[in-house]
Design a protein around this ligand. Structure first.
Ligand SMILES: NC(=O)c1ccc[n+]([C@@H]2O[C@H](COP(=O)([O-])OP(=O)(O)OC[C@H]3O[C@@H](n4cnc5c(N)ncnc54)[C@H](OP(=O)(O)O)[C@@H]3O)[C@@H](O)[C@H]2O)c1
Length: 341
């Protein structure tokens, strides 16, 4: 496992100079009414749970309510089905809210338009709805390495979304995480699942570098930002404590999940070929656009933003909780108990 000291840090592009005190320990702000778009997903479930735990009233707009059923039982959370690209839907649910959070993201899309629709057009519509409904505050989720000259459509469209948000008159905060890990991720879990099914792991883009950040830390920062005006007008890069290559991460996931498999690192040409083939799958595991994103090291060049007063969680400290064989067995036990078997 490569822990690249010196580069294993995260940055805030304009973070306040000194840590003050952990946001979680401050006097609780008044409960807010928060509109969340993209809240049914991996990051959303953690953000929404934290918002509910803090007593905020939350409305989650989802295109399919069934996808957000895990949120329905949370107190103070209402899940509404609707088309987030319909300005009337956004404006209707924005009415009365005090803040909005945008967590919409797509890793695979059909061409430039698909990415731009989710990452740039939707923020435009959300900014317009917030402005019309008088919502002053917007927290927006982008991605580390998003930039207008990035090699992939994903990263360029994320940059376009940031431009929309930062040019708006709203009190915005932008988060730019590296890859995010957590119990429900489609990252370490995917490697472990492939390890269970395949005798050999063949890894495209194996040398790409990441600095994975824990979903609990990301959610804590997002919720804390709503409570602190010092985060207004700031972009925060979020990374965990250690830099890894993709190959390191695959090996780690396999080992932790108890699957000893040979891991073959593909070179650039074979990686592109594999991505081109996988693009044809109904739910692609990898696309050439994903590979192009990996041409930029997803690592931070500054420490975790001090304002949030937390030491980012190490992957090794928590990932065995859901990857290890014992964890998988206990998960099956839970299913058996629930089904009365
Ligand atoms: N996970 C990571 O490693 C990572 C790393 C860097 C940045 N990010 C960013 O963090 C945010 C949250 O990521 P996540 O991992 O939670 O993603 P996720 O699990 O895929 O959830 C994304 C959400 O976006 C909505 N969505 C998906 N496709 C959409 C489309 N075409 N149009 C409108 N809405 C759509 C979905 O809402 P409904 O289906 O309910 O409508 C879903 O709840 C995204 O902006 C992502 O780009 C994630």
């Amino acid at each position: 496992m490569s822990a690249a000291a010196g580069v294993s840090v995260a940055s805030s592009s304009a973070a306040p100079a000194a840590a003050r005190w952990p946001l979680d320990e401050r006097i609780e702000p008044a409960p807010q009414r928060v509109l969340v778009v993209g809240g049914s997903g991996f990051v959303g479930r953690h953000v929404v749970a934290r918002l509910a735990a803090a007593g905020h009233a939350v409305t989650v707009i989802t295109r399919r309510r069934a996808r957000a059923r895990h949120l329905i039982l949370l107190p103070t959370v209402s899940v509404v089905e609707g088309n987030p690209y319909d300005p009337a839907v956004l404006t209707r649910h924005a009415a009365g809210a005090t803040a909005a959070i945008n967590l919409v993201g797509v890793l695979h899309a059909h061409g430039r338009q698909g990415f731009m629709l989710a990452h740039s057009e939707l923020p435009k519509l959300l900014v317009a709805a917030c402005t019309e409904a008088g919502i002053p505050r917007l927290v927006h989720m982008s991605a580390l390495c998003a930039s207008s000259d990035a090699p992939s459509q994903y990263l360029r469209s994320k940059a376009a979304g940031e431009e929309v948000v930062t040019a708006s008159p709203l009190a915005w905060t932008v988060f730019r995480p590296s890859v995010i890990f957590g119990r429900e991720d489609r990252f370490l879990n995917l490697f472990a699942e492939l390890g269970r099914r395949l005798p050999v792991m063949v890894v495209a883009g194996a040398r790409a570098r990441f600095q994975p950040v824990f979903v609990g830390d990301v959610a804590q920062c997002i919720v804390a930002a709503l409570a602190d005006d010092a985060t207004i007008g700031q972009r925060y890069d979020l990374c965990g404590p250690v830099v890894y290559t993709l190959c390191d991460l695959v090996r780690y996931a396999l080992r932790t999940a108890g699957f000893e498999r040979p891991v073959i690192a593909l070179g650039p040409t074979a990686s592109r070929l594999q991505a081109r083939v996988m693009e044809w799958l109904p739910r692609p595991l990898l696309t050439r656009d994903n590979l192009r994103s990996m041409e930029r090291d997803s690592v931070c060049d500054c420490p975790f933003p001090a304002l949030f007063g937390l030491a980012p969680t190490a992957l090794e400290a928590v990932a065995p909780d859901w990857l290890a064989p014992a964890a998988r067995v206990s998960r099956f036990d839970a299913y058996r108990i629930r089904s009365g078997r």
